[in-house]
Design a protein around this ligand. Structure first.
Ligand code: 6GU
Length: 244
């Protein structure tokens, strides 16, 4: 899978995505991540990529030409028009389901905005999807692009060492993950729950499922309403009871 990031700060991207699991997937050739410096495509004699907003107001606006030419350089490598994601707090919030869907694409292009925004006309030409990563404001689209690339990458087959770890985890079926324990058996006066040492795999699965449900109920009651629960589980955990 190929990721192209159109940005004024390519170093931010290359530094962060060379480590750990994503770095290993790049070495294995499963992922290719290319940060494209928008400034390399400016035709301005002072290398400028932004200008004042028409109509006045604070800040600067990223100009259409350098972004469009950077996009065209990337587009030329592909057979079909790629999904092109504009990172903006004005988009719908990124979800695990979006990550899964985007992992099916061969090429993805990310456009990282800065300053007060991007000239609307180039957005109209190239953007297929606008995406936010949550209800807070960041200084630019680089961190959101990296968040998305991380989440999408780990859904690409072969990126995770153990494919099971992607199958059963937080947000699968809209439930949070159960707690994990490793050695030693006792640490800081706290013991590992005995069921995990019982060797009874059915009981262990039951306990983990209960923990998932209880955690989701406590921390993300909004998710629990959408969770894949049996009728019995809904009754036991009072899922539709507004008092809980
Ligand atoms: Cl995608 N961009 C910026 N600048 N701020 C954000 C965001 C994106 N998502 C949440 N806040």
């Amino acid at each position: 899978m190929n990721f192209y990031i159109l940005t004024l700060f390519p170093d931010m991207i290359t530094q962060a995505l060379n480590t750990s699991i994503i770095g290993r997937a790049k070495e294995k050739g499963i992922l290719k991540i290319t940060a494209v410096n928008i400034r390399d495509y400016t035709k301005d004699k002072h290398q400028k990529t932004d200008d004042y907003p028409y109509g006045g107001g604070a800040g600067m606006v990223m100009q259409a030409q350098p972004i469009y030419d950077a996009y065209q350089a990337v587009r030329a490598k592909m057979k079909k028009k790629p999904r092109t994601i504009y990172l903006t707090p004005q988009g719908p919030a990124f979800t695990q389901n979006m990550a899964k869907e985007l992992a099916g694409e061969e090429d993805l292009v990310f456009l990282c905005g800065h300053y007060e925004g991007v000239d609307e006309r180039v957005l109209e030409e190239i953007v297929t999807d606008s995406v936010s990563i949550g209800d807070y404001v960041l200084t630019g689209g680089e961190l959101p692009a990296m968040v998305m690339i991380d989440a999408v990458s780990r859904m690409v087959p072969g990126v995770l060492a153990n494919e099971d770890s992607a199958a059963w985890e937080s947000f699968e079926g809209n439930l949070l993950e159960y707690p994990q324990y490793s050695r030693p058996y006792e640490w800081n006066g706290k013991k590992v729950p005995d069921v995990l040492l019982s060797g009874d795999h059915f009981k262990i699965e039951q306990w983990r499922r209960e923990q998932s449900i209880l955690r989701t109920k406590q921390y993300r009651p909004d998710l629990l309403k959408k969770a894949d629960l049996t009728i019995r589980e809904k009754a036991v955990y009072h899922v539709y009871d507004e008092r809980n």
